[in-house]
Write a protein that binds this ligand. Structure first.
Ligand SMILES: Cc1cc2nc3c(=O)[nH]c(=O)nc-3n(C[C@H](O)[C@H](O)[C@H](O)COP(=O)(O)OP(=O)(O)OC[C@H]3O[C@@H](n4cnc5c(N)ncnc54)[C@H](O)[C@@H]3O)c2cc1C
Length: 510
């Protein structure tokens, strides 16, 4: 359930975390853990300089082949003045355009945290039990002589009406249930906002109001699809079962071809205050980036048409590329709140997308940038634009030329040529784009910060040692503790954090 993009995000993200109270989590400190976790495998034609990467770690990643249309996209971005790079994962930061590195191993298969860390050797260790399809229902507490709650274990089950088991913890309990599951589990265990928990009759263990608050997700304008000329894209992987089977066979036998690649192949990281770039008429936005050299907007490129998150199919014989845009530092934040004391009931996830107008304006800029990029050679030569495309069509607003104006004749003018002059309307207004964003906007599936780290218990849930404030022997280590969103894709960051946390735990129990 992951697009396999391996991204360390921008170095200044972590320095910004440190400024927000996450002492010890700046880039210099995290960098060594990125390097420790990485096993970079150089592969041509795109390749990073191995000296910027770890090569002996657990998480394999590599550059994979990209579709020819994606190479064309990179040439167009270069023509717009955006630097092209083969490596987003250096100390220099991520501004620029380039192919994404993929979490792919030597066998050309996905390298996930499970395949990387839970190797057969590790699974054989006598001090490790991996329990799958098991639900952790709540954390169990005892009281210290000073009256503080201390985590002493967990209660688990494998179905709602099944037996419950208690698992004891001799040292501490470490929660890694993600940005949705961790706040849910803490609330079920009595850690959260006292008013909210009392409504659900959950006994309060410790008041930590930031649990379940500050949820941040990367909001996207939605898939913007451009029609492509025949033979330029990888739509055949979806449309032609014989060629798709051939591609699969090629990957199974040689580890090469389209199936060895990513779906989202190219990223473009920019700053919206870069006046050289075609963001359309000036719309003022607040600079929420992590620093003056960090991006605030990301655009991603897929070499085929993606309808309805890949659940739908474009009409036979239609070809396209799919583009997406991501507000890297959203101003809107939301909540993950349980609505029941039953662990099998889902919490309500409300990311509050687009609540802040700044996020909407950022996405309007992103859509205008993508429309301009599509009309930049040599990409424009590979695409096809039709003026007749209407709202609601899969190629709208991709077909709407942002620079053209349309003459709209009123009925009166048609009847009498002596009528008033026709009014001139821009073909695509900001309001049109906002309507598209509100209709098709979507998550980029990067929820974070719902148990955020910080120094102040009023605004954060865990301290910089990742311990829940004023609770003993309870740590949270996952994307929920990010003090703020990252300017990119979070997986590699979660792994580097876990490596650093492992050192902290080892030190605490030495
Ligand atoms: C479709 C999709 C594509 C993505 N693509 C990318 C990408 O290309 N690159 C990238 O960097 N990031 C990507 N992400 C985001 C990335 O996967 C997440 O940010 C990352 O997995 C977060 O790690 P985590 O450890 O915080 O949580 P998770 O990986 O979500 O792990 C939490 C685990 O806890 C389990 N759990 C939760 N509650 C309980 C409970 N009560 N009891 C027992 N188990 C529980 C969950 O089932 C889950 O297995 C993508 C996400 C999605 C959904």
């Amino acid at each position: 359930m992951n697009a396999m993009i391996y991204h360390r995000c921008d170095p200044s993200d972590f320095d910004a975390w440190e400024r927000q109270g996450a002492v010890g989590w700046g880039y210099e400190s995290l960098r060594k853990y990125f390097l420790k976790a990485e096993k970079y495998i150089p592969r041509q034609p795109h390749s990073a300089d191995p000296k910027n990467h770890g090569t002996n770690g657990m998480v394999a990643h590599s550059h994979v082949p990209i579709a020819p249309i994606c190479e064309t996209i990179l040439q167009a971005t270069e023509n717009l003045g955006i630097p092209v790079t083969d490596d987003f994962n250096t100390c220099e930061g991520t501004i620029g355009a380039g192919p994404f590195a993929a979490a792919v191993d030597e066998k050309h298969e996905r390298s996930s945290t499970a395949t990387a860390y839970l190797t057969s050797d590790v699974l054989r260790r006598p001090n490790l039990t991996v329990a799958v399809t098991v639900m952790t229902e709540r954390i169990l507490f005892a009281q210290t002589p000073e009256g503080a709650p201390r985590a002493v274990g967990i209660q688990v089950s494998s179905r709602r009406s099944g037996p419950r088991f208690a698992v004891g913890a001799s040292k501490e309990v470490i929660v890694c249930a993600g940005a949705i599951g961790s706040p849910q589990l803490l609330q079920l265990s009595g850690i959260g906002d006292s008013e909210h928990l009392s409504k659900l009759n959950i006994p309060l263990v410790r008041e930590v109001p930031a649990v379940g608050r500050n949820l941040l997700d990367h909001v996207s304008a939605g898939a913007l699809i451009f029609r492509a000329r025949a033979g330029r894209t990888w739509d055949y992987l979806v449309q032609n079962p014989f060629r798709a089977a051939g591609a699969l066979l090629k990957w199974l036998m040689f580890g090469t071809g389209p199936m060895a690649s990513l779906a989202t192949q190219v990223g473009i990281f920019v700053r919206t205050d870069d006046e050289r770039l075609p963001f359309g008429a000036p719309l003022s936005v607040v600079d929420r980036s992590s620093g003056p050299r960090a991006p605030d907007l990301e655009m991603v490129m897929v070499p085929f048409a993606v309808i309805n998150h890949g659940l739908g199919y474009p009409p036979w014989g239609t070809y396209g590329i799919t583009t997406g845009s991501i507000v890297l530092k959203p101003a809107s934040s939301g909540t993950v709140l349980i609505m029941s004391a039953d662990p099998y009931e889902h919490p309500v996830i409300d990311a509050n997308y687009l609540a802040d107008e700044n996020d909407v304006k950022m996405l309007v800029k992103a859509v205008r940038f993508l429309l301009a990029l599509a009309r930049t050679p040599p990409l424009s030569d590979a695409l096809e634009f039709r003026e007749s495309t209407k709202k609601g069509d899969m190629f709208w607003p991709g077909d709407a030329d942002p620079d053209k104006v349309r003459m709209r004749r009123s009925r009166a003018i048609t009847k009498s040529l002596n009528g008033p002059l026709p009014t001139i309307h821009p073909q695509l207004t900001d309001e049109d784009i906002k309507e598209f964003i509100r209709d098709y906007g979507q998550s980029s599936w990067h929820p974070t910060s719902s148990v955020r780290m910080g120094a102040d218990p009023k605004t954060s849930a865990v301290d910089p040692q990742l311990r829940v404030h004023r609770v003993k022997a309870l740590r949270v280590i996952d994307s929920s503790v990010f003090p703020d969103q990252v300017s990119g894709h979070p997986c590699a960051v979660v792994v580097a954090m876990a490596e650093k946390a492992a050192d902290m735990i080892r030190q605490d129990h030495a």
